[in-house]
Design a protein around this ligand. Structure first.
Ligand code: SF4
Length: 364
């Protein structure tokens, strides 16, 4: 068994650490690129969402390198994500590729036994003892959480740094050093070191930078290629950004879902606007938009792939939140035709408007 995963935010670091600890052969997909998307788009139905196409590109690239088992997360929810694995399996079969897809889904959706069987299918490839496997899994989850903390700290402090570009530089160095590590122990040390270094950078606490809350479809939130690297761009502009949807949040949410103890803040904050799930993470988008006001954000940016049904529902509710909470909202819709220049122009114009609005408010 040679395992691979779709490239999705920081999961590649946790997967690398886990498979190394379990001594299971693996292939980590390269950074997503135009060529990954082109490969995936060529093989996917034209009208399917962007994440599907990028994932297909990941699979093909890794299968060419020798992967034969794909581990992905699933959902039985009402949006197209519920169909991803079935459709991807059929497409691979049609191409004559004999790869296995193991879907890890919430126990609330597929049952504890099915989930356990699927996890055992992967862990069965390791000769380690059960306790060692559980320890490795715990370490991988911990790595994911640390990597998300490093991201969040860099994205927040970028608005306060005295040495321009320091947060971005540390973040880039952290990811590249972590990728060179062998196993979870050394990777944990690297991530902890960079988290510490980021917290120690020279900041100007008197600054009052523009602060943005990012909301939207989960792939566009977690995977930089899915949002055309918006967080990196905001760091370059000296803007602080907040994003609550992360892979470590998603795992916590998944674990506590069967007990109905998952993300109580999402349920509370979205209740007045969207009291039930419409698939994807539309409820989270609404809850985080509501929360943005309390977090003193200057504006909200919603990002989603073209045709994303749950986020279209969220978009239709956002004007009400914008009016009631008096907070500007901009929506960016991404597909394979989105040009970077036009995308950047929209972000810059929005930031200029927020800056002017902030100054006006200070004068009043
Ligand atoms: S959340 Fe949106 S982009 Fe993601 S699978 Fe569902 S419809 Fe597609």
């Amino acid at each position: 068994m040679v395992v691979t995963i779709p490239r999705l935010g920081n999961t590649y670091l946790a997967a690398k650490a886990l498979f190394e600890a379990l001594e299971i052969p693996y292939i980590i997909p390269d950074n997503n690129s135009k060529s990954t998307l082109e490969t995936g788009a060529r093989l996917s139905p034209e009208e399917i969402c962007l994440p599907f196409k990028i994932m297909m590109g990941n699979y093909i690239e890794c299968i060419k390198k020798g992967a034969d088992t794909i581990v992905m997360t699933g959902s039985c929810g009402p949006c197209r994500f519920g169909e991803y694995c079935e459709l991807q399996m059929k497409l691979l079969k049609k191409l004559g590729i004999d790869a296995k897809i193991i879907v890890i889904d919430s126990p609330a959706e597929i049952g504890k036994e099915a989930l356990w069987n699927r996890i055992s299918e992967i862990s069965g490839a390791s000769s380690m003892r059960r306790m060692e496997k559980l320890k490795s899994l715990y370490q991988a989850v911990n790595i994911l959480s640390l990597a998300d903390q490093v991201d969040a700290t860099a994205h927040h402090l970028a608005g306060y740094e005295r040495n321009k570009g320091e947060c971005k530089r540390l973040l880039t160095e952290c990811k590249s050093e972590a990728l060179k590590c062998n196993g979870p122990v050394s990777m944990r040390k690297v991530l902890t070191k960079y988290l510490h270094n980021l917290k120690k950078i020279n900041v100007d606490k008197t600054r009052d930078p523009i602060s943005i809350t990012l909301i939207g479809e989960i792939y566009s939130m977690i995977e930089p290629f899915g949002n055309l690297d918006i967080e990196e761009k905001l760091m370059e502009y000296g803007v602080s950004s907040i994003r609550h949807v992360t892979t470590s949040w998603w795992i916590r949410d998944l674990i506590f879902k069967p007990l109905k103890l998952n993300s109580p803040d999402v349920r509370i904050n979205s209740k007045a606007y969207l009291p039930y799930s419409v698939g994807g993470h539309a409820r989270e988008s609404i809850a985080h938009a509501v929360k943005a006001e309390a977090e003193k954000s200057d504006g909200i940016i919603q990002i989603y792939p073209l045709g994303c049904m749950p986020e279209i529902v969220a978009k239709s509710i956002l004007p009400t939140i914008r009016k009631e909470k008096d907070i500007p909202v901009m929506t960016l819709v991404i597909d394979e035709m989105t040009g970077e220049a036009g995308y950047l122009t929209r972000i810059e114009a929005y930031l200029d408007m927020l800056e002017a609005r902030k100054k006006r408010r200070l004068i009043v």
